[in-house]
Design a protein around this ligand. Structure first.
Ligand code: PMP
Length: 398
């Protein structure tokens, strides 16, 4: 007898990216496809010391079941971390620890979305968010993005027209767009949240990965200066891109009522995030290692981003258009079709694989009206020589 799966699975397809990853095993391929940080960046010694300290200080707590909301000392450290980033008034009990920020997104879906509810996301946006919200039956609406993030005038029109359950944004070095939402647009987002009484979800796993000047403060940090906006804001953070995704430590800051319901759902889902991982992360932050770690990852990724940007401009010229990223892990590019060259990201991705280089075409990152000419390149996990080699292969494929 065929298995009878839940209807909700009809709303999602397996990710096109997963299919592509199957091809990456080909020998000699240079991959710009992953969304990972570079494992060579992991502060292994620091994490070893932190986990030793966690076991030495209170092994009973580090290895026991824990509170669903999170391990107390980590919640304190994360509140302090957020304060250093400008969100000064977040108390430890106003955040919960989640199993990666991915779980925060799932809990938001679970607590907020009924089948048929409208949710506005950026076009393009994080693929797993599209899949996750669709699993809960959301009708996704795509808000257009330019080199400076979501176009706020268009966003406001969509909010007024659709009255969404919430708006999901990645304002700082978004995945895949790499775009940085300007301070002016951030202010407008907060003001329109208040004006239309719309909940805004700010997903911020990349905000610490800036290459030059610090980006404008997060929506959460800015909400202090826009009366009434804080009650309409959910903020998701993560240690994945700066410290280690394998720790699976993320967090969520939200209005009290939403946080309480998300905590209830988390209880049924995984009871709590690994106490050992949380105790380790707490010790790591307490030891004051994060600033040096951030300096290191910022400078390595900055150099790689520059190398990739320069090589793309040199080798592909006017056949591609992109904004040089100021942070994050990605170059989001568009084929212009100049000189009669290929202007289809999917076709280009296939030719690229044949030429020994992989990346992700842009289409799957759109919930509607995909721009087929787009594609995403990650510079994070590839050394500079390989970036140069990989871009030369791209030029050949083109
Ligand atoms: N949000 C965005 C925009 C991401 O790119 C990712 C990871 N690729 C996540 C959330 C989830 O990250 P994690 O669960 O490791 O915190």
């Amino acid at each position: 007898m065929p298995l009878q799966f839940a209807d909700r699975l009809n709303n999602v397809e397996t990710s096109a990216i997963r299919e592509l990853f199957k091809l990456l095993g080909k020998p000699g391929i240079i991959s710009f496809a992953g969304g990972f940080p570079d494992s060579a960046m992991f502060d292994v010694d620091g994490i070893r010391e932190a986990s030793n300290a966690a076991l030495a200080q209170d092994p009973g707590a580090a290895l026991q079941y824990g509170a669903t909301e999170g391990f107390g000392p980590l919640r304190e450290q994360l509140a302090h971390f957020m304060a250093q980033k400008g969100a000064k008034d977040v108390a430890a009990d106003q955040l919960i620890v989640t199993t990666g920020s991915q779980q925060a997104l799932d809990l938001i879906g679970k607590t907020m979305i009924s089948p048929g509810d409208k949710v506005i996301v950026e076009g393009p946006t994080f693929l797993a968010t599209i899949q996750c919200f669709r699993l809960y039956g959301a009708e996704l609406i795509s808000a257009p993005v330019d080199g400076h993030g979501v176009k706020t005038d268009e966003l406001e029109k969509l909010i007024a027209e659709h009255k969404p359950k919430f708006v999901y944004l990645i304002p700082t070095f978004g995945n895949p767009s790499g775009a940085l939402l300007s301070a002016e647009r951030r202010q407008q987002v907060l003001e329109m949240a208040v004006k239309h009484q719309t909940l805004i979800v700010e997903d911020d796993p990349y905000g610490d990965l800036y290459f030059g000047e610090a980006p404008p403060p997060s929506l959460l940090a800015m909400s202090a200066s826009v009366p009434g906006s804080r009650e309409l804001l959910v903020h998701c953070g993560s240690l994945s891109k700066v410290l280690s995704p394998g720790l699976r430590v993320g967090w969520m800051i939200a209005p009290a009522e939403l946080l309480a319901r998300a905590t209830m759902c988390k209880q049924f889902s995984d009871a709590h995030t690994s106490t050992f991982a949380q105790a380790t992360a707490a010790q790591y932050l307490k030891a004051g290692r994060m600033p040096a770690t951030l300096d290191k990852v910022r400078s390595v990724y900055a150099q790689r981003a520059q190398t990739m940007g320069d090589a793309l401009r040199r080798e592909l010229g006017d056949a591609v258009d992109f904004v040089q990223p100021q942070g994050g892990l990605f170059v989001w590019a568009r084929l212009t079709g100049a000189g009669g060259k290929v202007a289809d990201g999917n076709a280009f991705a296939k030719r690229a694989i044949d030429n020994g280089v992989a990346f992700v075409p842009g289409t799957p990152f759109f919930c509607a009206n995909p721009d087929h000419a787009t594609f995403r390149l990650s510079f994070a996990t590839v050394g500079e020589d390989k970036i140069l080699d990989g871009v030369a292969r791209l030029a050949k494929a083109l």
